[in-house]
Write a protein that binds this ligand. Sequence first.
Ligand SMILES: NC(=O)c1ccc[n+]([C@@H]2O[C@H](COP(=O)([O-])OP(=O)(O)OC[C@H]3O[C@@H](n4cnc5c(N)ncnc54)[C@H](OP(=O)(O)O)[C@@H]3O)[C@@H](O)[C@H]2O)c1
Length: 330
Amino acid sequence: MTHTTTLQMRAVFGDRYGTADRLDVRTVPVPELADDRVLIRVHASSVNAYDHHMTTGTPLMARSMAGIRAPKRPVPGSDVAGVIEAVGAAVEGFEVGDRVFGGVGFGAWAEFAVANPRGITHIPEGVSFEDAAATPMAGLTALQALRDLASVQPGERVIVNGASGGVGTFAVQIARALGATVTAVCSTGKVDQARSIGADRVIDYTAVDFTTEAGEYDVLLDNAGTRGWFATRRTLVEGGRNVTITGPKHLVFGPMRNMLFRKALSMMDSRTFVSGTARTVRADLEALAAMLAEGSIRPVIERTWPLEDAPRALAALAEGHAAGKHVIVV
Ligand SMILES: NC(=O)c1ccc[n+]([C@@H]2O[C@H](COP(=O)([O-])OP(=O)(O)OC[C@H]3O[C@@H](n4cnc5c(N)ncnc54)[C@H](OP(=O)(O)O)[C@@H]3O)[C@@H](O)[C@H]2O)c1
């Protein structure tokens, strides 16, 4: 059973695929609340490459989820932080008034968003809505890549290629929290930022090619995907692990095609290659919430934008040189 409403809200809206300037802010109905969902009054969201894929419909494979000819869900935004406004009859563990954050897939760039309770958790006391909203997708990607795909152990040497954007800034801090020593690869203007979040060593990729270092690292987390298998394998010790979450983007298959090539090339090697896609899992959000509470991760926020400027925030992200996260404040 669903609870229908005639209440209205402001939301970013895009019913055609295209660049960010096709999005506008409209008044639309507050979404319906099903028995197994909660309704969140959104205080903040953030911008991810995922939102770019869902609003541009690229790579074309993304349309299998977002809609073949046009977006099925015209309000974008996955990361959310806010206060629970209403709770479906079948939901346990959340109450009206709870401060929560997590991932909703679509609909977070709005005053209200509906969430599956499996994809949210409580915001720890003392953590702001902005910091909470910056965390879900980028934090989950970094956590799952380092802890689950790479099985990083205390004392290991981790290099993060693409250390200055959303995922990279969480990855440097999470690798440190897992007990690794961390080398960050970023551009000149982000060197100080990488040091400030705990990188033991920073390589400016405009001056030095990190793949010229032979066999120094146990784990490469590649958030940039700028170098091929043979170049990156040199940086790893025997038995080292390359965890890659992106790569050159094919029009239809995105980075998937290149990742399959790399996987095939790694089959005969002592170094392993793993790729993966982040999952919105409550237990992992709780792990991130604990890290936020104890201060072992502090989201890096490049800029906050009002809801009306969410399309501009998305365009800024699409330029490819974010310094941490772009956060949308509602
Ligand atoms: N598999 C998954 O589940 C998953 C999840 C989230 C994201 N992703 C993918 O992972 C990638 C990173 O995501 P994100 O959210 O961190 O993106 P982001 O916030 O837009 O950051 C991208 C970063 O890439 C860096 N960069 C650009 N060229 C580089 C180069 N040649 N060498 C090293 N770094 C370079 C930029 O830093 P500089 O300014 O220093 O160049 C920028 O900070 C994206 O391609 C995204 O699609 C995958």
